[in-house]
Each structure stands twice: as structure tokens, then as C-alpha cells.
Design a protein around this ligand. Structure first.
Ligand SMILES: CC(C)(COP(=O)(O)OP(=O)(O)OC[C@H]1O[C@@H](n2cnc3c(N)ncnc32)[C@H](O)[C@@H]1OP(=O)(O)O)[C@@H](O)C(=O)NCCC(=O)NCCS
Length: 383
């Protein structure tokens, strides 16, 4: 069957014949052909399909880390059935912590590329797919007898569509740093430098970050009094996925790949300020996103941390300018980071997003999703 079906013969979104299942290899290609127009950005159709195929073999996606889902008609054979709606899910490591400080390691799923062929839109197919998917993910790719901790997605269509299927909108803000350095204020720390990092450093940095997360979880859980504090683990695989995706695009846009993937200020582990980043291009001009912005010692002297923040942002801005990015963003900055940015006089604007990249979460534990606190809710989790 080709990509089109007579609309008058389409099943109702409530039909018992509809099923959520996995795409075959050729159905996958058919979906990529359709989604190119939506998400291809600067990539040609051929390049986009090549990128999607390439990403299946990089960390996070490889070894079955990605699943391609379709909503289709169960009475028809694979490759002969209409793809009524589709999406991908990514298996991720995650942690949760109870108010009494008990930390659980588990699985979370990231959902991306929710898509309905334009000819099938407005008939309830995406909603039906999501209603089936939420409960399926609870036990998808989990160890025997275990349940996933939660699933997340990043909505580009506002806060209500996914909330209707159980993914509640969570804080979705960012600091936007202008790329051109603002005039340094008195006492500015612009002249201090951070060390650029490439592919080798994130292994150690991510391990240190995970240790800090584990140490911080019980404190945060006690402070927040939430049903649970949850986080995706900012591990090396999550970072590498972004870096390799960036490289694929850069190679096609610029004919070369960026070697500076972040910057570190200070040398003593536990006292550094650092960030890893990725550049995203959907048009000719991109955005440099901090995947994680880390103050290893939040309680260090404010002046030292402010100096580190300014130094790291300084490297990021220079990279943004070199790689045709209009803006530098850090998602959901902590109050501490915001204060340091302010103190360092970096001229950042705080943006509370209401329609794009709305971080949304479905909690599988006891209690209500709305009572969960999402810690480390930063760009590294996006998919
Ligand atoms: C979003 C999308 C998956 C919905 O698929 P669908 O099968 O038509 O969805 P349903 O029929 O279940 O629900 C339709 C609802 O989608 C919502 N919706 C679709 N596009 C939207 C948009 N750009 N902004 C806000 N809501 C939107 C509306 O609430 C719509 O309700 P309506 O029928 O009252 O207008 C489809 O429009 C699509 O593929 N869009 C392009 C890709 C995309 O934006 N994906 C989402 C990325 S987060």
C-alpha cells in the first residue's frame, strides 16, 4: 500500500480494530519521507532520511534504545496498512526519590516525532495513539516485574493537547543570552576564561554530574515535599546523542563539524562551573543550547561562581557567533544560576515559553503527576 488511503474508508479513531504497534523498516522510511517537510530543516529529503537512519546506531538509540510506533489497522498486514499516526520513544535512565529520601533507579521513556499524515489529521488518531501509548510505556523495556518511573515529551503545540492524554505541562523557561557580548558592567568577569572541551571530557563530567544528582536528590525531596522528585540521568549517552546529531547536521550545512562541545571553568572536581552544549538548526540560523549548565558547588562564594558562569557563557557565545547561531539558551535555570547570570551582567532575557518545547511528564508511580517535582529539567532530556 502506498502512503494514501481513501479517506472515506478510514476507520474511526475509536474503532476496536486500531492497534498500536511497531513500524516495519519500510514503514519507518515512509514516515521519514512524510516528516521531512515538518522537521527536515536545512537537510534535504535524502540527508534527513540518512540522518534518521544514522541516529539509530548512535548512543541512546542503538541496541533497541529507540522504538518506532504506529497506530494502524490491525486487520491489515504490515506494509499493507495505513499509518494513521506515528511517534518514536527513547529508553532513558532515570531516578526518583521519595520525600523520605529513598532513591530508585529505573527507566523513563522520551517521546518524540508525534506525527499524523496531513490527509489523516483532525480525526482523533494522534489522541488515540497517545492514549494507548501512555499505559504501554509503563512496562515497555523494563526489567521483569518493574515499571517505568515516568515518560516525558516536549510539546511544540502548546500545553493542552498532550495534557488531555495524561502528560502534564511542567516548567518550560529559558535564559536567552544575546550572542554579541553586552557592554561589561563594573566588576564584570568577562575577561576570565574557561577551557573549551570536545568529545573526551563529557565522560568524566557526566559521571560527576550523576554523582551530584544522587547527592542532591534527598535534600531536594525533603525541601520540596513533593510526591516524588524525578530526573532523567544526564549520562554520557544522552549527551553523545545530541553531539552526534549536531555533527551530522553541521557536516551538511558547513562542510565541517564543531569541535568545541562545551567549556569548563576551574580545575578542582566539585568546585567547577561547566556546560556541554549543542547547536540546533531548523533554518539557516541556529540556536546554541546548553544541554546541562552545572555549578558543581552551588554554595561556593558567589563571586567565584559568577566568574565561572561568565567564562562558560563567554565561550558559548563565541562558538554561537562562529557557528551562525542567533541565540544561546539554557533551559529552566535554577534561581541560583539566574542570580549569578544577573550578577555577572550577561544581559540575558528570561523567557517563559507557552507553546514551544513544553516539557511534559506522565508519572507512573503512586500519586498524581502534578505533585511530582521534575529536577534537572534541561535540554539534555529533549528528544
Ligand atoms: C499534532 C498532530 C500530531 C495531531 O494529529 P491528529 O491526528 O490530527 O490529532 P487529533 O485528531 O487526535 O487531534 C487534533 C488536535 O490536535 C491539536 N493540534 C494539532 N495541531 C496543533 C497545533 N499546531 N497547535 C495546537 N494544537 C494542535 C488540536 O487540539 C486539534 O484539535 P481540533 O481537532 O479541535 O483542532 C498533527 O497535527 C501533526 O502531525 N502535526 C505536525 C507535527 C507536529 O506538530 N507534531 C507535534 C510535535 S510536538
Amino acid at each position: 500500500m502506498g502512503s494514501s488511503t481513501d479517506p472515506s474508508s478510514l476507520p474511526s479513531a475509536s474503532s476496536p480494530n486500531l492497534t498500536l504497534t511497531q513500524a516495519t523498516a519500510s514503514e519507518r522510511e515512509r514516515i521519514w519521507s512524510l516528516t521531512h517537510r515538518q522537521w527536515g530543516g536545512v537537510l534535504s529529503h535524502e540527508q534527513y532520511v540518512a540522518r534518521e537512519a544514522y541516529l539509530r546506531n548512535v548512543p541512546l538509540q542503538k541496541n533497541g534504545g529507540i522504538t518506532h510506533w504506529v497506530l494502524t489497522d490491525s486487520t491489515l498486514a504490515p506494509d499493507q496498512r495505513p499509518i494513521l499516526s506515528s511517534c518514536d520513544t527513547y529508553r532513558k535512565r532515570a531516578v526518583s526519590c521519595t520525600p523520605s529520601g529513598v532513591v530508585t533507579d529505573g527507566t523513563a521513556h522520551g517521546i518524540g516525532a508525534v506525527f499524523t499524515d496531513p490527509q489523516y489529521r483532525g480525526k482523533g488518531y494522534a489522541s488515540r495513539m497517545l492514549k494507548e501509548l501512555g499505559p504501554v510505556l509503563r512496562t515497555w523495556q523494563t526489567a521483569d516485574g518493574q515499571e517505568a518511573l515516568f515518560s516525558v515529551l516536549y510539546s511544540d503545540i502548546g500545553k493542552s493537547f498532550y495534557a488531555k492524554s495524561g502528560w502534564a505541562a511542567f516548567p518550560s523557561s529559558h535564559l536567552a543570552f544575546p550572542v554579541v557580548s553586552t557592554t561589561p558592567q563594573t566588576g564584570s568577569t568577562d575577561s576570565v576564561s574557561a577551557t573549551p572541551i570536545g568529545y573526551h571530557e563529557p565522560a568524566e563530567l557526566c559521571a560527576a554530574d550523576e554523582s551530584l544528582l544522587r547527592a542532591a536528590l534527598p535534600r531536594r525531596a525533603a525541601d520540596k515535599g513533593a510526591t516524588a522528585v524525578v530526573a532523567l540521568v544526564p549520562d554520557l549517552d544522552s549527551v553523545l546523542w545530541h553531539l552526534m546529531r549536531e555533527d551530522f547536521i553541521a557536516k551538511h550545512v558547513f562542510g565541517r563539524t564543531p569541535t568545541v562541545k562545551g567549556a569548563v571553568y576551574g580545575e578542582k572536581e566539585g568546585a567547577r562551573v561547566w556546560a556541554v552544549w549543542t547547536r540546533a538548526y531548523y533554518g539557516e540560523v541556529g540556536t546554541l543550547h546548553f544541554l546541562r549548565f552545572v555549578l558543581e558547588d552551588e554554595d561556593a562564594a558567589e563571586e567565584d561562581n559568577a566568574r565561572g558562569v561568565a567564562a562558560v557563557v563567554g565561550v558559548a557565545r563565541a562558538q554561537a557567533a562562529e557557528w551562525r547561531c542567533r541565540e544561546v539558551q539554557t533551559w529552566n535555570p535554577s534561581p541560583r544560576l539566574r542570580a549569578l547570570v544577573e550578577r555577572a551582567g550577561l544581559g540575558a532575557e528570561f523567557v517563559d515559553r507557552d507553546s514551544e518545547s513544553i516539557a511534559s511528564l506522565m508519572w507512573y508511580g503512586e500519586g498524581e503527576t502534578r505533585d511530582v517535582d521534575w529536577f534537572y529539567n534541561e535540554k539534555f532530556g529533549w528528544c
